[in-house]
Design a protein around this ligand. Structure first.
Ligand SMILES: [Zn+2]
Length: 1184
């Protein structure tokens, strides 16, 4: 089989002279003879680096260039006069946007030959003969247009663009383009050093520092397509799809700083610009509402203004009760469709017609205003409302409220802004019982934009013009102060967790006060000097104890930043409640204010990271309520983490990080301080494990089935379907009770293993679970209706009544019932083997599920109906069911085979399979025994050892899953278990051991990346079957993809706002190669298999991605791999360790053969197989 990866050779770019000379060969930069010299050097340095050739696709490449995202005002061909005054003109492609005038060799070039900051242009004028000049402080650029009209147009737009701005003489530190890092840097091959500036998401190259100060440079590099990699002690490469810039820093230390700065710039660039693009669609939003700076990337979402970074800083100083500052690029969550619409509808210009209706010219800001000026202006504008346009009803509260209630029913959002910020109360009563607040009124009248605006202003402090001169102090004032005082009983503070019971005698009565953000306790209310005090900002956690934990009925603990624990108590529940409320209020910031409304057990702050940004941790505000962890992370909106539905909860890195894995994302909570962290960990673990007595209180799978039900069914399907009298025979009572208890404590941690758990114990655990379930599976309310339905004579009437009842069940009951009946249906289909036919099963499960005494057969009849009419009542896909039954048949056959091949002598039993070496032919055949624990790396070593093939360095021998029919193949990850792959195989697939030729480059590529993410264009095609005949249709279409740690998202094009499709990366299986029949555009394609569960039905999709180049394909593939295996794509020491391990006695490692469960994601399959090999005895020890 021919695959793209056989080809190992690098695509060394076939470069043209023009490309390399284009950047710097301009007369302004170099002497005439130099370009040739540095060209060659650049070329020679390209060898060996991961180079992304452009291979004649310039036009497309230019399209992707995000500098185009900055709105181009005008572009076209012009002749440019070289500054030295030579007579000839050079033809240049010239582009103008708000910030820069750039000129290029041609219209396909991405990197300019020259870039002039418009802020430095002092004059633009026509100078005869179709010419015009652009004057900066130290230079005059002369351009010549093709005709008079063109020339005049250029002059007009350029003048427009520079008019009204105070031209700057030099780049000051406070300029909008405040650099993150700058200095001299040698570009390889160039004799002189370039003055290089890293600013936000761009890197600028200047000839020298003077040019930088005067705003005239060579080019800017958009870092969204950049990639930085150290190459040697002082050198590093900045790689973009269009060019490699090889830099040499002045020292190793400086090199590190450059690399870091440039990687930050990439991070900045990659933060999504979708929202910004949409918001800037409204033209006035592309200038800061306060100072007029261009492309403002921040917004005050309650004030409805888009502002620049510097103004945003001052907004933040006002506090979130006045201005809720969010980034257009980073705070994606807050940007709902409605909020974006509000901003597009209003726009800075309209909203300023309210906020800035009366700005004296002397007070107005410009993009170059200093921080003091900004602070003064922004305080006047929003805190005091000094410049606002007063509403005619200003001062008349009732009328304002009335007007607000009326106005929110229509679409005039600007009027609402005006009303709110002139004093209308957004929480006022509408006088209508069904819609008591303006917010509900807006919703009721389908005014989502009004509702959105109001919702961001529910707690806004209104402008107060009476605020006097003492502005600065108020400026940074914390939360509105809470004060409360009273007597509490206190124990001595401690530096460890309070685990023991504290009796009343250990408490002393103290007068406590909470005032000005300080909690203090005094000997008595007569004393004026406190015994001790804690600033609210020092309190990191407040925990409410369960009643009567200590001598006083109601107690709470405070944990301080300096790791001390304070215990307070009282017998008065009201006082306790009030204290908890007040203290919480004083420590929680306004941005996390909704947490205060919860009945929390624990509240406070913790450092954390999540999937979006693993580099930097942020402060999160958390509250634990029952089994839900409420969190406010960074500037984001609140979210809820359902602890019982976590895929994983573990403490890692020596008890320093609590890892919560949910569907689609991972949250890392860091133990910044030991004491409160330990408290959180145990509380969260208890909350996640604590199973209640009803169905919905159980730990659940992603498809809402209790983990206990899922595990038991999975186990019985694997090991118990041929067991005679399954579900009728009773297990050993003590073992069943122990198993039930283990599931009750933490169902997720229970691993059922053949040989350690008896089939009858497991089946009875499942039965007991249903029998003892509070409310029952059918709910106590409806159970009798279900039973009555069984008596209905007319079959179709009966079925539709069951369907009706099924639809009425709560979500979890529904999922559980369907899973259980599906299982019972399968059990009775194999009744020849297990003797449990429909009737037998119904006799057992009727009384169990309906929790009756079983004296009559009513309950049994109902269950019999459910199983008998399973496909009708649950509207089951027959094809799906047929497949499921086939899989079970395979499992049963495999088990029989194993039992015959390896009778009692070898209790584990193995699976023998054929593996090929290098190619599929008889002579290359190997028969290998595959134990359940065997990894791809172990299988690879086994085969290589047999053939005495040594493994050299940089040889990436892998085990491949090859499908001839689909013309695709996939190198198994080295840790992947082989057995489940074999079980899932079709007859047209086989295992092949061969070298992974592209692995070296993939590792190099990944090493050069800051994080595993990638975006770009690919061609997409979906497998669509016509009329279920299996004929595929459709064709390849261009799509834009973004792949990050959570998901692969597909957009119609780069500027699309909404993803057309989104897939969780971990559920994707990516193969190399595409069937030729599908006519892919290039041979560099990927076949992607996606397995998901939709409404309890598993669904398998297959689709294709086609890349332009081989290296593109490798990069995508490498990124997928890195994400799926958390960066661990190849063992650090090659296969050495694997080879060593394999020689060791394997008895203990090879457990029983494990068969894949029929349900569950691939990961679950892997886990279940992995579980057999880890420590087969661990569970055994617990079960007596
Ligand atoms: Zn601004």
């Amino acid at each position: 089989m021919k695959t793209p990866d056989r080809d190992m050779s690098l695509q060394v770019p076939r470069t043209t002279k023009e490309r390399y000379s284009s950047l710097c060969s301009d007369d302004e930069l170099l002497d005439d003879d130099e370009p040739t010299l540095w060209q060659d050097e650049v070329l020679s340095n390209l060898q060996g680096s991961v180079y992304l050739p452009k291979s004649g696709r310039l036009a497309q490449a230019t399209k992707e260039d995000s500098s185009q995202l900055a709105a181009v005002i005008k572009m076209g061909w012009l002749d440019k006069n070289p500054p030295q005054g030579a007579l000839y003109y050079q033809r240049r492609w010239v582009k103008l946007d708000v910030d820069y005038l750039r000129y290029f060799d041609n219209d396909k070039e991405v990197y300019s030959k020259g870039i002039i900051s418009t802020a430095f242009i002092t004059n633009v004028s026509s100078v005869g003969e179709l010419k015009f000049e652009v004057v900066t402080n130290n230079r005059t650029f002369i351009f010549r247009a093709e005709n008079e009209a063109e020339r005049n147009d250029w002059v007009t737009v350029l003048q427009d663009c520079t008019r009204g701005r105070k031209p700057r003489n030099t780049m000051s530190p406070g300029s909008p383009l405040a650099p993150d890092f700058q200095g001299n840097l040698e570009l390889r091959g160039l004799r002189s050093k370039l003055y290089t500036v890293v600013a936000l998401d761009k890197v600028f190259l200047y000839k020298n520092v003077e040019d930088y100060r005067l705003g005239v440079g060579i080019t800017s590099i958009e870092m969204n397509v950049g990639n930085v990699k150290e190459t040697d002690r002082r050198t590093f490469d900045l790689t973009t799809p269009y060019r490699i810039f090889s830099f040499i820093a002045e020292s190793e230390q400086l090199r590190e700083q450059w690399v870091e700065a440039m990687r930050d710039a990439i991070g900045e660039a990659l933060s999504n610009s979708e929202v910004a693009d949409q918001i800037w669609m409204e033209p006035s939003n592309s200038l800061c509402a306060d100072c007029g700076a261009s492309k403002p990337e921040w917004a005050a979402i309650n004030l409805c203004v888009v502002v620049c970074k510097r103004c945003a800083g001052e907004h933040r100083g006002l506090g979130p009760s006045i201005s809720k500052v969010r980034s257009l690029k980073m705070d994606r969550k807050v940007w709902t469709e409605e909020l974006i619409q509000v901003f597009c509808l209003l726009g800075n210009e309209r909203v300023n017609s309210f906020w800035a209706a009366n700005v004296p010219p002397s007070e107005a800001l410009t993009p170059s205003s200093c921080s003091d000026e900004r602070r003064r202006f922004i305080t006047h504008k929003y805190r005091q409302g000094k410049y606002r346009k007063y509403h005619p009803l200003y001062g008349n509260q009732r009328e304002l409220n009335n007007a607000l209630c009326i106005n929110v029913q229509c679409s005039d959002v600007l009027e609402t802004v005006s009303l709110i910020f002139c004093g209308a109360d957004v929480n006022c009563s509408t006088g209508m019982a069904s819609w008591p607040s303006p917010l509900s009124l807006a919703n009721a009248h389908s005014q989502p934009l009004q509702a959105e605006l109001i919702s961001h202003n529910l707690n806004t402090e209104l402008p107060r013009s009476e605020v006097g001169g003492d502005m600065e102090a108020l400026h940074y004032s914390p939360q509105p102060c809470v004060s409360y005082n009273g007597f509490l009983f206190k124990t001595a503070s401690m530096a460890r967790a309070i685990t023991e019971h504290k009796s009343r005698e250990e408490f002393s009565r103290r007068w406590c006060t909470l005032n000005d953000g300080t909690f203090s306790y005094y000997e008595s209310d007569k004393n004026s000097n406190p015994n001790g005090s804690l600033k609210a900002t020092e309190i990191v956690c407040l925990a409410v104890d369960v009643h009567e934990k200590h001598g006083y009925d109601h107690t709470f603990e405070l944990c301080s930043e300096s790791e001390r624990l304070y215990l307070f108590g009282t017998d008065d529940p009201d006082s306790h409640k009030e204290w908890v409320k007040s203290i919480a209020k004083s420590l929680i910031p306004a941005s996390a204010e909704p947490l205060l409304r919860l009945g929390f057990e624990r509240i406070g702050r913790l450092k954390c990271k999540d999937g979006l940004n693993l580099q930097t941790s942020k402060v999160g505000w958390f509250a634990l309520v029952g089994s839900t962890l409420h969190a406010y992370l960074g500037d984001n909106q609140g979210e809820e983490i359902h602890l019982r539905k976590l895929n994983e909860l573990s403490i890692q890195q020596d008890n320093e990080v609590l890892v919560l894995v949910e569907k689609g994302r991972t949250l890392y909570i860091e133990g910044e301080r030991k004491l409160d962290f330990a408290g959180w960990c145990s509380a969260i673990q208890a909350a996640a494990g604590r199973g209640g007595d009803t169905l919905s209180q159980q730990q659940l799978t992603e498809t809402d089935i209790p983990v206990i039900v899922h595990s038991c069914i999975g186990y019985i399907t694997q090991c118990g379907l041929t067991s005679e009298g399954i579900y009728r025979k009773s297990g050993v009572n003590s073992r069943v009770a122990a198993l039930c208890e283990k599931f009750r404590c933490d169902a997720r941690s229970v691993r059922l293993r053949e040989g350690e758990h008896q089939v009858d114990d497991v089946s009875n655990t499942l039965k007991r679970f249903f029998r003892e379930l509070e409310e029952g599976l059918f709910t106590s309310k409806d159970a009798s209706t279900w039973l009555n339905t069984a008596a209905i004579q007319d079959e179709s009437m009966k079925i539709s009544q069951y369907q009706l009842l099924f639809k009425r069940l709560p979500r979890v009951n529904k999922a559980t019932l369907q899973a259980l009946i599906n299982h019972l249906y399968c059990v009775q289909r194999f009744s020849e083997l297990n003797q449990m036919n429909l009737h037998n099963l119904a006799i057992v499960f009727g009384p169990t599920l309906f929790q009756t005494d079983g004296k009559d057969y009513t309950a049994g009849r109902a269950v019999e109906d459910l199983i008998q009419f399973y496909t009708l009542i649950f509207e089951v896909d027959e094809q799906q069911l047929k497949k499921q039954l086939e899989e079970i048949t395979v499992i049963i056959q495999v088990r029989e085979k194993l039992n015959m091949k390896f009778p009692s002598t070898e209790p584990g039993g193995h699976f023998i399979c054929t593996v090929y070496l290098e190619e599929k032919k008889d002579t290359a055949e190997q028969h290998v025994k595959i134990p359940g624990s065997m990894t791809a790396a172990e299988l690879t070593c086994e085969v290589l050892d047999r053939r005495n093939i040594p493994v050299k360095d940089k040889e990436y021998w892998s085990c491949w899953e090859v499908s001839e029919k689909e013309e695709m193949e996939r190198p198994l990850h080295y840790q992947e278990r082989v057995l489940p792959i074999l079980h899932a195989f079709g007859t047209d697939s086989n295992l092949l051991i061969k070298k992974h030729l592209a692995m070296d480059m993939m590792i190099l590529y990944l090493a050069s990346k800051v994080d595993a993410s990638k975006h770009g264009n690919m061609k997409f095609r979906e497998e669509r079957s016509i009329l279920g005949l299996g004929l595929s249709s459709g064709s390849f279409h261009d799509r834009y993809f973004i792949l990050n740690s959570n998901s692969l998202r597909m957009y119609k094009e780069i500027r699309s706002n909404r993803a057309e499709r989104e897939w969780p990366v971990k559920n994707l299986k990516v193969y190399l190669g595409i069937k030729k029949k599908l006519r892919p555009f290039t041979c560099w394609g990927l076949t992607v298999v996606y397995e998901s569960k939709k409404q309890e039905k598993s669904e398998k999709q297959q689709w294709y991605l086609c890349c332009d180049t081989q290296s593109e394909m490798r990069e995508w593939y490498a990124t997928f791999l890195s994400i799926q295996y958390d960066g661990d794509v190849w063992p650090q020491d090659g296969l050495k360790q694997t080879r060593v391990n394999r020689v060791m006695p394997t008895d203990t490692r090879h457990g029983n053969v494990s068969l894949i469960p029929l349900r569950g994601s691939e990961n679950e399959m892997r886990n279940s197989v992995a579980a057999f090999s880890q420590d087969p005895l661990a569970l055994f020890r617990d079960v007596r």
